[in-house]
Design a protein. Structure first.
Length: 143
């Protein structure tokens, strides 16, 4: 007679066996026609240029983390909006305090400059280095 752990072991063994057999059968019956295009690294349909070891700007990660933090907090407002009337003024005040703290956090991130793609202290130097559209057009017409 099998115990509960024995049943779980047989289930896991069956799952592993099924996976291995499925991969093996798929490998046997699939066509193998490698071409130059199939062997290239896929980059959203674009040809790869340069080394894949490129340093990404930390701004990508900061903006993503800020989005996740505020997105999760906003999702918490949905259940509150559905039941705050049952708790009266106290429920409304708790939600208001939560929204106030959320707005305070957003204002802090905005004031700190984390929502800007180019930091305020670097914006002037970056803008000085880049050419404006008028300068580029002027150079093209002169040449």
């Amino acid at each position: 007679m099998l115990t509960e752990f024995g049943k779980i072991f047989i289930f896991m063994l069956t799952a592993i066996l099924f996976t291995v057999v499925a991969i093996f059968v798929a490998r046997l019956i699939r066509p193998a026609r490698p071409t130059h295009e199939k062997l290239l690294t896929y980059e959203c349909g674009e040809d790869t240029i340069g080394s894949p070891w490129v340093k990404f700007n930390i701004r990508f990660y900061v903006v993503a983390l800020i989005f996740l933090i505020f997105d999760v907090e906003v999702v918490l407002l949905i259940p509150w909006a559905l039941v705050y009337q049952q708790f009266g003024v106290g429920g409304f005040l708790v939600g208001f305090i939560f929204l106030f703290l959320l707005g305070l956090g957003m204002a802090y991130e905005w004031r700190k400059g984390d929502l800007e793609w180019i930091r305020p202290e670097l914006k002037h130097s970056v803008l000085k280095k880049t050419k404006t559209e008028k300068q580029i057009l002027k150079e093209e017409t002169v040449a």
